[in-house]
Design a protein around this ligand. Structure first.
Ligand code: SAM
Length: 268
């Protein structure tokens, strides 16, 4: 697309400008012509064009109306391009599933300011998603992929890994963008589990429990989850109440959330 667009900070606009990085991302995605793919935040179409070269159809969701207007002419060359002038945070991705057996592939160089709420919005719709490839702040990807025991492991790691296999693919330096961000980025692949390895009986309660444990991550479970689960009930399923939340696996958190409610006082 021609230049002239002034990058808008409020929409997290850092446009990819490094052809070799763009090619590497598209290689990782490995688009197949009949994929049901959606790109969040196409911007100036750096990735979009390369994807369209390999796809029959592509849905894109862009919040910036100026950019939407600049994307429109691309439809002449690529009639399979469907542009949604919308906020991805409020977008119902289910409307894009064209057939029950054709799950969505979601890709995007995401605006960093909305990456966490957007991930949670997509995780709610994970049942219709085949895989997701995102460019995110490197630290966010590290937190998503983190294993128990380290400082990076927390609510984000648990809630994402509960639903998806997480693969931290590669780092992208600030020089790959215009304007350049101050931070490193990374590409992550999320593949929703066909069957949840550790299903929680009540997912809302599980999310509440994890959230509560990590808002007080320096405290032991006995203290931080006092209003949810008595220490004796933790011990009964083999979890030492003196442990800190970052030492617990997802299976153990699910174990805590699945303790029958009649044995717990419930959240205060
Ligand atoms: N994909 C382009 C690239 O790689 O050069 C642009 C990436 S830029 C980091 C993020 C893009 O997401 C911008 O085009 C921005 O306008 C768009 N965007 C920001 N917030 C959005 C939202 N809530 N919904 C949809 N698009 C959004």
């Amino acid at each position: 697309m021609s230049g002239g667009h002034k990058a808008r900070k409020r929409f997290g606009q850092n446009f990819l400008s490094d052809a070799s990085i763009i090619a590497r991302i598209v290689d990782a995605i490995n688009p197949q012509s009949d994929d049901n793919m959606v790109e969040i935040g196409p911007g100036q179409a750096a990735l979009t064009r390369k994807l369209l070269e390999q796809l029959d159809a592509l849905d894109v969701i862009e919040i910036d109306r100026d950019l939407v207007a600049r994307l429109e002419p691309l439809r002449e060359q690529y009639p399979g391009l469907h542009i949604h002038s919308a906020d991805a945070l409020k977008f119902d991705f289910r409307q894009l599933q064209k057939a029950a057996d054709k799950k969505l592939r979601v890709v995007g160089n995401l605006p960093y300011n909305i990456s966490t709420p957007l991930l949670f919005h997509l995780l709610e719709q994970a049942d219709i998603i085949k895989d997701m490839y995102f460019m995110l702040q490197k630290e966010v990807v590290e937190r998503m992929a983190a294993l128990p025991g380290g400082g990076d492991y927390g609510r984000l790691s648990i809630m994402v890994q509960y639903r998806c296999q997480v693969d931290n693919l590669f780092v992208v330096p600030p020089t790959a963008f215009s304007p350049q961000p101050k931070i490193d980025s990374a590409i992550v692949r999320l593949t929703p589990h066909a069957e949840l390895p550790h299903p929680a009986r009540d997912e809302k309660y599980f999310a509440q429990l994890v959230n509560h444990a990590f808002t007080q991550r320096r405290k032991t479970l006995r203290k931080s989850l006092k209003s949810f689960i008595p220490a004796a009930q933790m011990e009964a399923i083999g979890i030492d109440p003196m442990r800190r939340p970052e030492t617990l696996s997802i299976a153990e958190f699910v174990g805590l959330a699945n303790i029958p409610v009649e044995n717990c006082p419930g959240p205060a």
